[in-house]
Design a protein around this ligand. Structure first.
Ligand code: ZN
Ligand code: ZN
Ligand code: ZN
Length: 161
């Protein structure tokens, strides 16, 4: 009688490969959890209600899209995947917090992490404004009550209260 080869379980192998993938690519691809606090918000611009539009080109190389907005001085600069002008700006000025015009995420260079703009109160208004500039409507969260931001798109007909 011939011996048949024992089937080998490869569950262990798969596990370790995934772990390695996580270590190498975890912060670049895939979802990384955003921080809900940041110690570098003190240098945010005092007026984040007036910001450049999301299609503003990079101030330095004129790269046309997917740029970052410095939330300290409102300069628009390109990403690390283009000419790294936002990264250089951080290194030269110490301005840590920037908002991505490509997906409206907020990044803190000092924390080296994304920040949750829905949770951090100082970031929420500028995130909403950027969202409106990009998509033409308010973000899906419900609590927007600033009347100065309304654009006559009243949907409810009864406004007596
Ligand atoms: Zn930070
Ligand atoms: Zn650039
Ligand atoms: Zn800046």
């Amino acid at each position: 009688m011939a011996n048949h080869a024992a089937p080998s379980s490869n569950l262990d192998q798969e596990n370790s490969i995934e772990e390695e993938f996580d270590l190498i690519y975890g912060s670049e691809s895939g979802w990384v959890e955003a921080r809900t606090s940041c110690d570098h918000l003190g240098s945010l611009s005092a007026d984040l209600t007036h910001i450049p539009t999301p299609d503003t080109p990079c101030n330095r190389c004129q790269h046309p899209s997917e740029n970052w907005l410095c939330l300290s001085c409102k300069e628009v600069l390109c990403s690390r995947f283009v000419n790294k002008h936002m990264l250089q700006h951080y290194q030269q000025t110490g301005h840590s917090v920037a908002l991505s015009f490509s997906d409206l995420s907020v990044w803190c260079f000092s924390c080296d992490s994304y920040l949750d703009a829905q949770v951090i109160l100082q970031l929420r208004p500028v995130h909403e404004i950027a969202y409106i500039l990009k998509f033409g409507e308010a973000p899906p969260s419900r609590t927007i009550q600033d009347p100065s931001m309304g654009n006559n798109k009243a949907e409810g007909s009864s406004s007596g209260n």
